[in-house]
Ligand binder design. Sequence first.
Ligand code: ARG
Length: 594
Amino acid sequence: MKSITELISIEVKTAFKNAGYDEELGQVAVSNRPDLCEFQCNGAMAGAKLYHKAPIQIATEVADKLSGNEVIESIEAVNPGFLNINISGKWLAGYLSDMTACEDGRLGLEVPEHKTVIVDYGGANVAKPLHVGHLRSAVIGESIKRISRYMGHRTIGDVHLGDWGLQMGLVITELKERKPDLPYFDDSYEGEYPKDAPFTISELEEIYPTASGKSKEDEEYKKRAMEATAKLQSGVRGYRALWNHIMNVSKSDLKRNYDALNVTFDLWKGESDVHDIIPGMVQYLKDGGYTRVSDGALVVDVKEETDNKEMPPCMILKSDGASLYNTTDLATIMERVKEYNPDRMVYLTDKRQNLYFEQVFRCARKTGLIDKDKELIHIGFGTVNGKDGKPFKTRDGGVMRLEYLIEDINKRMYERITENRDIEEDEALKISRIVGLAAIKYGDLSNQAAKDYIFDVDKFTSSEGNTGPYILYTIVRIKSILAKYVEQGGTVPADMGKALSFNAPESGAEKDLMMALTGFADTILGAYEEAAPHRICAYIYALANAFNSFYHDVRILAETDEEKKKGYIDLLVLTLKELETSINLLGFEAPDRM
Ligand code: ARG
């Protein structure tokens, strides 16, 4: 279905043509002066240069051609040559009705071509607890995945675990230090290894930072960790068995954490999965003549003539022949192309990896690991800061664990929900979990990803302003009006797919709400194109505001004209549909009451 802006443009373009001017001049845009008009067209200004005429003259001629038009209620030529346009309320009602009639229930969203999309997000590192930095990757990535899937694209989410590098060697080294008698370290051991891991998740989480700290101070220790990494990677049996234990313990803990965020992955692959195909890939790169040796390391040049920034070569193998982060990412691209042939891959990490991904993408394209017409997108996000503007830390200065952050929000939410009212403890807890998650996710997603933001528990949990709870309150309000309407004997359409009927608006607030509702399809398309969930947040915030103004302006259930009341109800149903679909795409849900 065409967007409302496109449809109005068609009318205005025809008018330009009928008045003897180039029709392309008739493109309209949503007005940047909503106090003056709903849409504007500045084509007469450009036309003035082409036709050597005063712009106001052209604008006046075009406006004349549009008098009596059924789409346009009023069009005014104003000095020096702008066209101010308001659209017909009756036509607007018809447009909304057409949106609801779309059989797939997607309100006019059309996607001509279905693609295969891989979203690489989460990016947790095995044996390390999820921290606040991983929050953004998980939350933004989950939303991008859902948006893509809603568009009808075959979409695959992959957590791409950090499960292969030095961090694993460090953990193994520290374990050996503590429990040298374990059979995993006995090279002559030939029996079955124990089924249970020789550590718990809390031990594991304490082992890694200890080992990492030691390796920074003790060269000898670091050397042993590197040796352990090499032994693991070369397939030493005991080391692999131990690694499996680390993976299992860590993964089930990660799953629990991601579940709490309503984040799910289709694939639990990681860097280790491509280990075996790396030699073949390196050979391919060498055979293709893409590589050269620099200071003993194997590299691919990715600098282009047009670069005006530093663009170091992409390193494939270190001088000791070991593979690195780049190598696993390139091999993963190769693997994904073979397995899924994706048209688009979106990666989420913090923006300090911007240059890194630029190198990897260039290298993959240049060497033909992936076709040049495929989209490779890196969304580099900003830092989560505390109120002091510095990266978020615990009170004692440690890394903020995701779990604690969620606890903090839920606690504050619980306080707010139980403030001055009687509510069962169980229900209050349940609601605060649902709303708390919305508070966290919306607080993150409403910011453009690349920007840093301040994690402000008070602001995020507030039911006023551009927050998750505000959106949820609006949804709950609509649900409760609809429930009352049903109690009064009314019927509410179950879902979209059959045309709802709307009346021409009678008030400014009603028309504003109707206008706000027309942008759904365009918003989703834009959010997909730019891999930018914040566009959905901006849309539903404006929509919720428009709805709440309407709600304060119009007495919905007290309306005695049944026809009119039915029109209001249909507006509510459509608003609810858009809001609920949108929050689902953002990755959270609304409670039945708050
Ligand atoms: N584990 C990495 C990190 O913590 C993120 C992985 C992102 N995905 C990728 N394909 N490189 O920085």
